[in-house]
Design a protein around this ligand. Structure first.
Ligand code: DAH
Length: 346
């Protein structure tokens, strides 16, 4: 019997148990009422009295060993079980709704990034402005008909100082930021100013009372119209592709002289003519010109020493060209079915 016990001790210690099923077989074979150890205890009464002590000790040792093995494997297996609950890689993920940038932000960032690459800074000004920054210092004379080019939302307010009516308004153009930058910085100035502007227009697919612009300003000694043209050509090719051509047409703005409007070759038809470019092969994207000496002087910059160029573009206009979304209202409704489509853009 001693031999049998020592064989079993060896067997129990070398046996490998890898899962719940094998553990249950182990239990049945060694530890259950009908198991081998229990049988040995039954036989114990037949052991000769002089051997009882030794056999009893060995038998207890065997039982202890089998029990310990069973318990330790049981707790190891249940730890693995819990772990595998937490790291079940086949479990479906929780739905995670990620947001996306608004198309206007995407285009604004793209414009800013292009100009930053050639040394422009970014500047901002207030949306609630005064007549002085939006019109007067930009060379709009009082009663000048050019003020009617932009239907303005006026805000009536009495001056806190002397209760006289103040000319407060929602800015109609980001050109007002030009004035603020020139008043607070010395040339050389190279800056782009993105922002919201407001005009008193009926809302339709083609017009909105709120939209976005990016203004550009470059003031230094010897800045020429050629610099303006080259800067805008660089911008257009970065924005619309290396093949893009530009065209400048004479125009009028009170704050620039000479003034121009710039077209880019239509990307959709490659200049051949399509319904996007209305069969002209060109798309107008911005207004520009050489900063009027009156504007430089009004902002305390010596117009004999410095010259500069400025330009202004509508972000919605560029977004419409880029994404072919031609109803302006969609940019303001925040319908996630619309916004979702810009998820992959940065
Ligand atoms: N501020 C003009 C507008 O809203 C756009 C513009 C035209 C800005 C010519 C400029 C410029 O700086 O030089 O229509």
């Amino acid at each position: 019997m001693l031999d049998k016990i020592s064989d079993l001790i060896k067997e129990v210690s070398s046996l490998s148990v890898n899962n719940g099923e094998e553990l249950e077989s182990f239990r049945l074979k060694y530890l259950s009422k009908k198991g081998v150890i229990s049988d040995l205890f039954d036989d114990f009464k037949n052991v000769a009295p002089e051997n009882k002590k030794e056999v009893g000790q060995n038998l207890n040792m065997l039982k202890q060993q089998a029990l310990e093995k069973y318990n330790s494997i049981k707790s190891a297996l249940s730890a693995i079980d819990e772990n595998s609950l937490n790291t079940d890689l086949s479990r479906p993920a929780f739905p995670f709704l990620s947001g996306s940038r608004h198309p206007i932000s995407i285009i604004r960032n793209e414009i800013i990034e292009i100009f930053m690459r050639i040394g422009f800074t970014v500047s901002e000004g207030p949306e609630i402005e005064d007549d002085d920054h939006v019109f007067t210092r930009l060379n709009f004379a009082p009663e000048h008909p050019a003020r009617d080019m932009q239907d303005t939302f006026y805000i009536s307010r009495l001056s806190p100082e002397d209760s006289s009516p103040e000319d407060i308004l929602l800015r109609t153009q980001t050109s007002s930021v030009q004035v603020r930058v020139m008043q607070s910085q010395k040339p050389p100035i190279r800056t782009v100013s993105p922002g919201r502007v407001f005009r008193n227009e009926a809302i339709s697919a083609r017009a909105h009372c709120i939209f976005h612009q990016v203004e550009g300003l470059y003031i230094d000694e010897n800045v020429s119209f050629a610099d303006l043209k080259q800067t805008l050509l660089f911008f257009s090719r970065e924005m619309f592709g290396k093949e893009t051509e530009i065209r400048l047409r004479p125009s009028y703005f009170p704050f620039t002289e000479p003034s121009a409007e710039m077209d880019v070759s239509c990307k959709i038809c490659g200049g051949k003519g399509c319904n996007v470019c209305k069969y002209t092969g060109w798309l107008e994207i911005l207004g520009c010109g050489m900063v009027h000496p009156n504007v430089l002087e009004a902002c305390n910059i010596d117009s004999n020493r410095y010259t500069g160029f400025a330009f202004g573009m509508g972000i919605e206009r560029l977004a419409m060209l880029k994404y072919q979304v031609n109803d302006l209202r969609l940019y303001f409704e925040n319908d996630i079915r619309f916004l979702d489509q810009f998820k992959t853009a940065f």
